[in-house]
Design a binder for this molecule. Structure first.
Ligand code: NAD
Length: 491
């Protein structure tokens, strides 16, 4: 069965969109495959514009006539906490589903489930503390603000962290009182359909969280251009981000774009290398490098270059590649297309750079059909080359050496992206000085990421996107301010 089959004749589990609390009776279907074997694991409903219309209409009804937007925050919070508990109660099943669908190592999938639950916990607490302001600026006028939901929010998701990123965007939106239509990526839709089922079990009313499965150019395009949505949250590639933002702009709808990155680890001469090396290596091996914030560039001071590169090479050489369910250090890439893209990026980009480790498909015993690629370390990379500039989205790190702090900043800022950066140094003044000069949305000092970072605002600058998710910022993104002014006169 290929990804475009339109019948539902297979014996595989049938996974359907969920609209208004019910599974959709799809007319067309497609297969999703296990990236470790290339074999189909589920038959999934293929939504067209009519199915998307039905989902937007259900969300609109739930918003206009249902209890969700007008519930007291503490009531909504209670329901969202119940969903967090259900996610954790189903941790093993969800992690296994996610690992099978995406290929990611099982322990990373378990972390994804924990972080997903944490989004609902965090926003259930945060929503109770959100309120408007009073503005005592104008004599005779009592002015105040109300923080209101937007209405129907649309969410288009990528395949790399389906459950985690899905929860990242719907949790704050639901907490604010919005009603959602979510479209998972066609490569890995299974965990988000399960999320919609768990949401119903948690007593989130039907129509409040709708999930439409299907292809980007079909269901995704219909959702992004739908006049009935009030906001679009998109996580994915720069290319598609620009398309969906233009579609939403035609209806004057606001958009949050979380796009790609080419994020640097910057190693200064005074860094604690023993601590830095394994974290830097993991920052690009996690999820086989298919992470928007992967540490895919290593900028290293020439005085510690050899020690750092040797250390990363040793880490890569010891990394186990295998099927996600066997919990290796890195699993397969998501698809044959992605494998071919990573392979071509390395092969065609090498030029004068030196391949220190990997650079080819990995052979995994009993999994000849899987999409495995070796951890790959490339040294002496020209900072202007495609290898150093373009997002590869695989387990590939490129190394550039620098002479001083100013050159490090120039290199770090010298790509079209600006998502995250890490500085490794034991000089606290230098750390803050560099953090201020880095053009990106998040900076880590002597670390990379923060265990999911649910509480920390996240998003990009330049082609990494705009708007912020995570943390309290996301509640602002999924709400709007209304000002009320009362003429109270003067005594
Ligand atoms: P993608 O852009 O191909 O697809 C993302 C989503 O958009 C999918 O659901 C897809 O079906 C949909 N889509 C595709 N074409 C569409 C269209 N014409 N109209 C509407 N929707 C459409 O991205 P991907 O391959 O799934 O994910 C990889 C990319 O996502 C990488 O560039 C990565 O950096 C980025 N990403 C960013 C973040 C972040 O938070 N910044 C997180 C994860 C992934």
């Amino acid at each position: 069965m290929t990804n475009t089959d339109t019948t539902s004749s297979s014996d595989l589990p049938h996974v359907r969109s969920i609209i208004d609390g019910m599974a959709v009776d799809h007319q067309q279907w497609f297969a999703v495959v296990d990236p470790a074997t290339g074999a189909a694991i589920a038959t999934v409903g293929r939504s067209d514009a009519a199915v998307v219309d039905a989902a937007v209409a259900a969300a609109r009804r739930a918003y206009d006539n249902g209890p969700w937007p007008s519930m007291a925050p503490k009531e909504r919070a209670r329901v969202l906490r119940r969903l967090a508990e259900l996610i954790l109660a189903n941790r093993d099943d969800l992690a296994t589903l996610e690992s099978r669908d995406t290929g990611k190592p099982l322990s990373q999938a378990r972390t994804d489930v924990d972080v997903s639950a944490r989004y609902f916990e965090f926003y259930s607490g945060a929503i109770e503390a959100l309120h408007g302001d009073t503005i005592p600026a104008i004599p005779g006028t009592f002015a105040y603000t109300l923080r209101e939901p937007l209405g129907v929010t649309a969410h288009i998701e990528p395949w790399n962290y389906p459950l985690q990123i899905g929860c990242r965007t719907v949790a704050p939106s639901l907490a604010m009182g919005n009603c959602c239509v979510l479209k998972p990526a066609e490569e890995a839709p299974l965990s988000l359909v399960r999320l919609a089922e768990l949401a119903l079990e948690a007593a989130i009313p039907p129509g409040v969280l709708n999930v439409v499965t299907g292809f980007g150019a079909e269901a995704g395009a219909a959702l992004a251009s739908h006049p009935g949505i009030d906001h679009l949250s998109f996580t994915g590639s720069v290319e598609v981000g620009a398309i969906v933002a233009a579609a939403a702009a035609a209806n004057v709808k606001p958009v949050t774009l979380e796009l790609g990155g080419k994020s640097p680890n910057i190693v200064m001469p005074d860094a604690d290398l023993d601590r830095a090396i394994p974290i830097i290596a993991r920052s690009v091996l996690q999820n086989a490098g298919q992470t928007c914030s992967a540490g895919s560039r290593l900028l290293v001071h020439h005085s510690v270059h050899d020690a750092v590169v040797d250390g990363i090479e040793a880490y890569f050489a010891a990394a186990r590649v295998g099927r996600g369910l066997d919990d290796p250090d890195l699993g397969p890439l998501i698809s044959l297309k992605q494998l071919e893209h990573v392979e071509a990026s390395v092969r065609d980009g090498l030029g004068t750079a030196s391949l220190r480790y990997g650079g080819r498909r990995a052979a995994v015993v009993d999994h000849a059909g899987g999409f495995f690629f070796e951890p790959t370390l490339i040294d002496d990379v020209d900072p202007a080359s495609a290898l150093a500039q373009a997002e590869i989205f695989g387990p590939v790190v490129v190394v550039c050496a620098f002479e001083d702090e100013a050159e490090a900043i120039t290199l770090a800022n010298g790509t079209p992206y600006g998502l995250i950066a890490a500085v490794w140094t034991s000089d606290v003044s230098r750390a803050h000085r560099m953090a201020a000069k880095l053009r990106c949305g998040q900076v880590y000092i002597n670390g990379y990421g923060a265990g999911g970072g649910v509480e920390l605002p996240f998003g990009g600058v330049k082609q990494s996107g705009y708007g912020r998710e995570k943390g309290a910022d996301a509640l602002l993104a999924f709400s709007q301010t209304k000002m009320v002014a009362v003429n109270v006169g003067t005594a």
